[in-house]
Design a protein around this ligand. Sequence first.
Ligand code: NAP
Length: 328
Amino acid sequence: MKSLDKAKKHNIGLGTAPLGNMFRDVPEKEAEETIQNAWDQGIRYFDTAPFYGAGLAEIRVGNVLSEKNRDDFVLSTKVGRYMKEETEDKEGLFEHGRDNEVVTDYSEESTRKSIEQSLERLKTDRLDMVFVHDVSPDFHGDAWVEKFDQARKGAFKVLDEMRDEGVIQGWGLGVNTTTPIELAMELEDVNPDVCLSATQYTLLQHERALERMMPLAEEKGVDIVVGSPYNSGVLLGGDHFNYAEAGEEILEHVRQLKEIADKYDVHLKAAALQFSTAHPAVSSIIPGSTRPDRIEEDLKMMEADIPKDFWNELVSKGFISEKAPLPK
Ligand SMILES: NC(=O)c1ccc[n+]([C@@H]2O[C@H](COP(=O)([O-])OP(=O)(O)OC[C@H]3O[C@@H](n4cnc5c(N)ncnc54)[C@H](OP(=O)(O)O)[C@@H]3O)[C@@H](O)[C@H]2O)c1
């Protein structure tokens, strides 16, 4: 996809879910420095969403990027949720975010409203890519099919129009499961250009994605942006696996991976970033962070030397699928 070419410098962008105060209350200065440092390190792709702190991440991204030349970076945000002036009690993932009431709705009217609000918070007149957010079983249970249908008649149509008019470069789904992306690629009347697949094509978890989503993406020419490459932090010693408290089984899995990585003097971050980006369907990877010095670390890890024997051992021990393309 053309819009991603600019973002491809390091094949890496900045994910801003944590900058919506996910898990913790991030001081304003730290948030601003994280985005500014990413810029200073040459990052030119930023992914955000209204959901991340009820607009907080978008506001923080807008504050820094509105000072830059708009033609120099690629911006993606999401639709499917818009904000009301009224407030609500927050709990869970974004309890430290803004307290505006968030309405989930994939209709045409709400999609347009959501985009208008995002443009305002991001202080820009255009978006490059738009993802239809969380139209997926992990958020809606069995009702995700109805939500998908609402999006098919609403959000998808609006985004098709915007792409045809050249207002956006491309759109797709932004979800934490593979089935909605597979369905979107299979349906004749749905034409995504790029999909954000979070948690599903990572060093920790990729078997399901390799069955159908990744081959289909290659076949249809749909770019995959990999979100949550550390499965929300557990791979690097965090407490969360796919946004919930990590259980003993996954912690043990990470311990075993780390033991092998230590033997070869490989950092698991390097292995994670290089593994996900080795798949030809992947156009970009967007690790999230709230710390200004992480970005430099990420860039080094993308370039770190990893011995072939390390990958071979992971495959032979079943940590990596035999179907997965390995980094060269
Ligand atoms: N449905 C969707 O569309 C969807 C879903 C999920 C994610 N996404 C996108 O994908 C992006 C990435 O996902 P994510 O940010 O949720 O998860 P992630 O990238 O898998 O993990 C981010 C976490 O890793 C931690 N981390 C990074 N380097 C570390 C290190 N050296 N040691 C310890 N911890 C480290 C960060 O902590 P620090 O803050 O301390 O650096 C942060 O909490 C999101 O920001 C969002 O843009 C989209």
